[in-house]
Design a protein around this ligand. Sequence first.
Ligand code: MF3
Ligand code: CO
Ligand code: CO
Length: 268
Amino acid sequence: MNIVIKTEEQIEKLRVAGKLAAEVLEMIGAYVVPGVTTDELNSICHDYIVNTQNAIPAPLNYHGFPKSVCISVNHVVCHGIPSNKKLKKGDIVNIDVTVIKDGMHGDTSKMYFVGGENKASVLAKRLVDITQACLYKGIQNVKPGNTFLDIAEAIETHAHKHNFSVVEIFCGHGIGEVFHEDPQVLHYVPSSAREKERLAIELKPGMVFTIEPMINAGKKQVTILKDGWTAVTKDKSLSAQWEHTLAVTDTGYEIFTLRQEEIDKGSI
Ligand code: MF3
Ligand code: CO
Ligand code: CO
């Protein structure tokens, strides 16, 4: 792995890009209601990123992805393509936003409850909350001297404790001028010694990457649909994901994509 250590100038730009990405998630919340189509949500995000933020939606045309954000509903694990499908009460929805500002990427996603939190099933609510806790536990292991293995272990342990599974075929990633760069940030502990060794890299100040666990209520296996993008759980069980972009600092971490609600609640 060739992990770039970011300069202070790059870090400052990453802060700006991260904040913008977080603001898209804050802005779109009010529109995630029964009856809206995921295409309508995509358009609102696109227009906000382009016209209000003077930024670029990174997913659009990225390796051929046709839309500006990913929207993944219920058993869709990630990379859901916005469409004319209407959201309905009780759905759980992930919106994943990546913006490019001044050449730098900010990448973040959150879960929404359509029709409000109390319309979701007990299982859906639990899955969403545990997945967010998995993200936070991963982040809390980010500090110099720890390794990527510590992050993976914290996430996996918490998911398994609640009888949920961790998706293995997608991972977090280094990020900067490039959308997806080294390192690969796994959310589970691989069984092979060779893979484990690859994760045993020490975290160093100036490393910037995402952590973005995808957690399933059922089994970990995933199927990619014929559109080449949409990843769904093989057993059709619910899936949730939360994502932040962060840097390793001298003493721990700095999250670039924190939302006001997380600051207010003191979530992390
Ligand atoms: N935002 C996703 C991630 O967290 C990547 C989306 S790639 C796309 O890495 F092409 F599907 F947009
Ligand atoms: Co990402
Ligand atoms: Co993302």
